[in-house]
Ligand binder design. Structure first.
Ligand SMILES: Cc1cc2nc3c(=O)[nH]c(=O)nc-3n(C[C@H](O)[C@H](O)[C@H](O)COP(=O)(O)O)c2cc1C
Length: 604
């Protein structure tokens, strides 16, 4: 990381903050605001302190390494599309027909020689300092508390290395890790993730599971940790492919897990599968808190580090954040791996305000009736793509997927309730919208066809429409229509929620000649003039099976759910910065913001 810091000074416009700053809220809030800026920068905090415990660290905290697309690309050393092309051509390798073919194949095969990690039993640079069990105190690491209501401090950029019970499979996953006291960490590997599958094996066998957590080193390690590699494939293969050099691994001191030799810090230990601990709450990348739930716990046996380690961390919350840029690289690099199961897929795009699993837009070549539906089922059935709640498919004549205005217009002109599929499937464990955990509604929109024939029968202005709506129900407080020049303008209504919105929607059927697509949001924390955050809110809050009706117009209830809706779980709150902390940082000249910035990103 020291090398990375030097490299970032040259290549990444690194911001260095020498002011003593609290690991609780202050450092995370500065990083949070920074990465939302147009010209966002990585930041090195040289003097972290833990004010509540009076600790001053001599270990700096590095944040926002993936601060923007340009820097992310530099970390990879190539544009992610170039890497994707390489993977695509490897997946398409065919047996050579003659000598010329064989020669042409050599460079491709040669590039694979560096894919496999190399293991060594000698000590690595990450083991220059060894802290044995009796001296372990996690308070000596500048672990952050990112949000006021978080359960405690969390390691947010930990590389979690695990292996299967028989040692035949290795895994690297990026999971958050809650600090419990001096020597225990919560393992937030969600039920669908590889480390959780390994954990099941140890649990069945009644054996303790070895885990090693690395922090720092090559920034690509952490990207590999979040990459959705197929089960059983070690992410270090991907590392070797991208870097074109084998990952160099060394054995942990107290367990059999191998970790990269050049990481800054390694926390080694074992998880006793007979014990769980309440984990959370934690302000997560959905922009909501994930609530308390039991998760496995690791007992730390040993901490090793370099002599001058740097602590790497990130903050997750409402988009856009660092995971936007990590996710962008993932999206590009994994396109060729989706194609074998969906060969006519041209491209896909996961806009960050859909927080990856809540919205995907895909462009495809349609060859037969039902082709888009076939893709929906394929997506919902494979790996982590199956977490996606809402998938919209467009044809090859559609604009570029990132041309937001044009694309939305294209979709709205093709929105046909007959071509909408609503079904059920698995959802990300973080999803809060469905009435039960892990399964929920799925929405698939087939917008691959021609424009629909009819638009709104009798369009009204916002004022006229609001007037008519209020006559029906005066708990509708505001209304705004978007894309009124399309066949399906989007009418967003803000309501004071005192009952299930099903009643309002059924009463609004009387206005079906004026409405084609209705979205209802709560009065609080929604701004009708902020479509970016309205999309974020809507795709987060809905369970398609419960919250969408298709006749006589499409109506989407994106309000927060409660017992009116038959929702008995606890509805989580938004991740919001702590006002007093932000104001104090501003008074000290450490952050700059105005009301527009705060409103735009839903910060307070
Ligand atoms: C910043 C960040 C934090 C994450 N936190 C978690 C987490 O706490 N738990 C989890 O299961 N996945 C988390 N993920 C997603 C996983 O890293 C991702 O699904 C990864 O592919 C899992 O690897 P695996 O399939 O090998 O388990 C996080 C991703 C990012 C970018």
């Amino acid at each position: 990381m020291r090398d990375v810091v030097e490299w970032l000074k040259e290549n990444g416009n690194l911001k260095i903050i020498d002011e003593p700053l609290d690991v609780e809220l202050e450092i995370p809030h500065i990083a949070y605001l920074e990465v939302k800026k147009e010209d966002s920068r990585p930041i090195l905090f040289t003097k972290p302190i833990y004010r509540a415990k009076g600790i001053e660290y001599d270990m700096p905290v590095l944040m926002n390494i993936f601060a923007n697309k340009e820097l992310t690309q530099k970390i990879f050393g190539k544009h992610p599309d170039t890497l994707a092309e390489g993977i695509d051509s490897l997946l398409k390798l065919k047996p050579p027909k003659g000598f010329k073919d064989k020669l042409a194949m050599i460079p491709k095969l040669y590039s694979l020689k560096n894919v496999f990690p190399k293991r060594s039993n000698s000590r690595g640079a990450c083991q220059e300092v060894i802290i044995e069990k009796d001296s372990i105190d996690l308070d000596t690491l500048p672990i952050l508390k990112t949000w006021e209501e978080d359960g405690d401090r969390f390691i947010t950029m930990g590389q979690v290395y695990t292996q299967s019970l028989d040692g035949g499979m290795q895994n690297l996953g990026m999971y958050r890790l809650q600090q419990y006291g001096k020597d225990r960490l919560g393992m937030h590997w969600q039920i669908h993730k590889d480390a959780s599958h390994f954990y099941d094996q140890y649990q069945k066998a009644g054996k303790k599971m070895p885990v090693s957590i690395a922090i720092g080193g090559d920034p690509l390690y952490i990207w590999c940790g979040q990459a959705p590699m197929p089960h059983g494939m070690f992410e270090m293969l991907l590392y070797g492919y991208v870097r074109n050099q084998n990952a160099q691994l060394v054995k942990s001191i107290t367990n059999d897990i191998y970790i990269p030799r050049d990481v800054d810090i390694v926390i080694e230990g074992f998880v006793d599968p007979s014990q769980m601990e309440i984990e959370g709450p934690f302000g997560d990348h959905t922009g909501y808190y994930t609530l308390k739930e039991p998760f496995p716990v690791m007992e730390v046996e040993c901490i090793t580090m370099k002599r001058n380690p740097v602590f790497q961390a990130t903050v997750v919350g409402k988009p856009p954040l660092e995971d936007k840029y990590m996710g962008w690289a993932t999206e590009r690099i994994f396109l060729p791996m989706l194609k074998p199961m969906a060969p006519d897929l041209i491209d896909y795009y996961m806009p960050e305000n859909g927080v990856f699993h809540n919205l995907i837009l895909a462009k495809m070549k349609t060859l037969y009736k039902g082709h888009a539906q076939q893709f929906m089922h394929a997506f919902w059935g494979v790996g982590q793509m199956s977490f996606v709640k809402h998938a919209i498919f467009v044809g090859e004549d559609a604009p570029e997927l990132e041309s937001h205005e044009e694309l939305v217009r294209h979709i709205l002109n093709r929105l046909d309730p007959q071509k909408i599929l609503i079904t059920q499937g698995i959802v990300d464990q973080l999803d809060h919208s469905s009435s039960e955990t892990l399964v929920g509604g799925k929405l698939g929109v087939d917008a691959t066809g021609d424009e629909v024939q009819r638009g709104i029968v009798a369009p009204l202005s916002d004022e006229e429409l609001l007037g008519r709506v209020i006559e029906i129900d005066d708990r509708v407080l505001g209304l705004k229509q978007y894309m009124t020049d399309t066949k399906s303008p989007v009418c967003v209504m803000q309501v004071r929620k005192e009952q299930s919105q099903k009643y309002l929607i059924s009463k609004l059927h009387a206005l079906s000649s004026h409405i084609k697509l209705l979205i209802i949001v709560d009065e609080h924390r929604n701004n009708l003039d902020n479509p970016y955050m309205l999309i974020w809110r809507t795709v987060n809050n809905i369970d398609a099976q419960r919250d969408i009706t298709l006749e006589p117009f499409i109506a989407i209830d994106a309000t927060n759910k409660n017992s009116y809706d038959g929702y008995e779980r606890e509805w989580p709150g938004d991740t919001l910065c702590t006002k007093s902390t932000l104001e104090s940082l501003r008074d000290r000249g450490l952050v700059e913001y105005d009301e527009e910035f705060i409103e735009k990103w839903g910060i307070l």
